[in-house]
Design a protein around this ligand. Structure first.
Ligand code: GDP
Ligand code: IMO
Ligand code: MG
Length: 425
């Protein structure tokens, strides 16, 4: 493993980052989340057990790794506590294997309610969020009235900031949403208790990681969501509220860009997305139901059915560019095993114009017709295959074509959710 590696989703999330991070974690010393919050759902299958992580880096499943929640992450204390309890119930001890940046922002109950009310009441551009308060928390961060872990640990500062926030939010709830208000006392008490519980984990993330870099430690940066959900480079406004792309790893942890050695993009062999927004290669109903059922395409966080479609080389090429991807990992190839033929989108056509680069104009994304190439399927099971070279010929042809179209080499192919179902190229 290169010294410092960033792993990102190269589509709309749920590409199988959890599985790949789990495998790569074995060789890492540190595993670090740098953005997003418990909107993420990263699945790791260990034998009979399926574990889903939302906030804590997936490296936690390996002994002896330091897992860090960076400053770019937003933390819901309730979700963090529930995740610690969940992991402990699975026999994973949380102690000095977890560190939390003192600059990470906190999600408050009013963020979660605002998230839901905005979607319900002013739903002209309903985004289909996870309802975890992510957007409103980042809104407060960028409008400079957010509350960070360091504030929480200073009772006087915390009291002042929370009072100001609750006063403003309650006025909005009353006047705009005709919704009940929040009690300062109750939240202050709850969060002060939380402060005591997390104190042992709190760190200066930038210092910790820069020291680790000096010592030559191996660091894995675990991206959440996917490139097309990035606030700047995704299908705005149908995105999440953070930089889920590789650049986010630097600002979300406090290390310099020259400290990153490699970026890896995780790509599903087809495409999925949860929530609203344009999806040019989305299947029609019959194929949608088929792939959703074979691929078990239901959200790991909200349980919502995922929308499914053909592989879209336009968006993955965009991801290769935005993240500077050195290599890609193709997951869920096995889901396509029995397909007689496979389509790959190589461009979009709209009003007589051909787009082979990702268009920023949301109207083009909504209305464009995908231009497809069609390749024959392999129509045999790949699930038990042990070597990359043993994949069926047409699977090789499909993967080779994906490489050519997106402009990055495939490093790993995944043919099942288990650790053993992983083929190194
Ligand atoms: P993440 O958010 O990117 O970590 O992905 P999710 O965990 O939300 O969704 C990926 C799903 O696909 C999980 O249920 C994984 O167990 C599963 N998975 C990962 N790789 C493969 C694969 O190669 N084949 C199959 N069939 N399932 C996979
Ligand atoms: P992982 O890390 C898939 C989607 C939501 C919604 C949009 C905004 O498991 O890949 P938010 O709650 O973030 O404000 O919702 O982003 N979304 C995800 N989709 N996987 C995720 O995470 C996602 N996290 C957010 O469905 O469309
Ligand atoms: Mg997921």
């Amino acid at each position: 493993m290169a010294e410092r590696v960033v792993v990102v989703g190269a589509q709309w999330g749920d590409e199988g980052k959890g599985k790949v991070i789990d495998i790569l974690s074995e060789k890492a010393d540190y595993v670090v989340r740098y953005q997003g919050g418990n909107n993420a759902g990263h699945t790791v299958v260990v034998g009979e057990d399926e574990l889903i992580l939302h906030l804590i880096p997936s490296g936690i499943l390996h002994k002896g790794k330091v897992c860090v929640i960076g400053n770019g992450v937003v933390i819901d204390p309730e979700a963090l506590k529930a995740e610690i309890t969940y992991l402990e119930s699975k026999g994973i001890k949380i102690n000095n294997n977890l560190r939390i940046s003192d600059c990470a922002h906190l999600i408050f109950p009013y963020h979660k309610v605002l998230d839901k009310l905005r979607e319900e009441k002013f739903s002209r551009t309903k985004i289909g969020t996870t309802g975890r308060g992510i957007g409103p928390c980042y809104t407060d961060k960028f409008s400079r009235n957010g509350i960070r872990i360091a504030d929480l640990l200073n009772k006087r500062v915390f009291r002042e900031k929370l009072e100001a926030n609750i006063e403003e939010k309650n006025a909005i709830f009353r006047k705009v949403y005709k919704y009940k208000t929040f009690s300062f006392k109750k939240i202050f008490r709850q969060y002060s208790d939380f402060a005591e519980e997390i104190k042992p984990y709190v760190c200066n993330c930038s210092l910790l990681l820069n020291q680790a870099i000096k010592e030559g430690k191996k660091i894995l940066f675990e991206g959440a969501q996917g490139t097309l959900l990035d606030i700047d480079h995704g299908t705005y406004p149908f995105v999440t509220s953070s930089n889920s792309t590789a650049g986010g790893a630097c600002v979300g942890t406090g290390i310099g860009p020259n400290k990153i050695d490699k970026t890896i993009g995780i790509v599903k062999a087809y495409t999925t997305r949860v929530g609203e927004g344009p999806f040019p290669t989305e299947f029609s109903e019959k194929l949608m139901n088929k792939i959703r059922s074979i691929g078990k395409e239901f959200g790991a966080t909200t349980g919502r059915p995922r929308r499914c479609g053909w592989f879209d080389a336009v968006i993955v090429r965009h991801a290769v560019c935005i993240n500077g991807l050195d290599t890609i990992v193709v997951t869920k190839l096995d889901v396509l095993d029995m397909m007689p033929s496979l389509k790959i989108c190589v461009g979009y056509s709209y009003k007589g114009k051909l787009y082979d680069n990702f268009p920023s104009d949301i109207e083009v994304l909504w209305k464009a017709k995908p231009v497809y190439e069609e390749l024959p399927g392999w129509q045999q099971s790949t699930k038990g295959i042990k070597e990359f070279s043993a994949l069926p010929k047409n699977a090789h042809v499909y993967l080779k074509r994906l490489e050519q179209l997106v402009g990055a080499k495939i490093e790993i192919v995944s043919i099942g959710s288990e650790r053993t179902q992983t083929l190194f190229v």
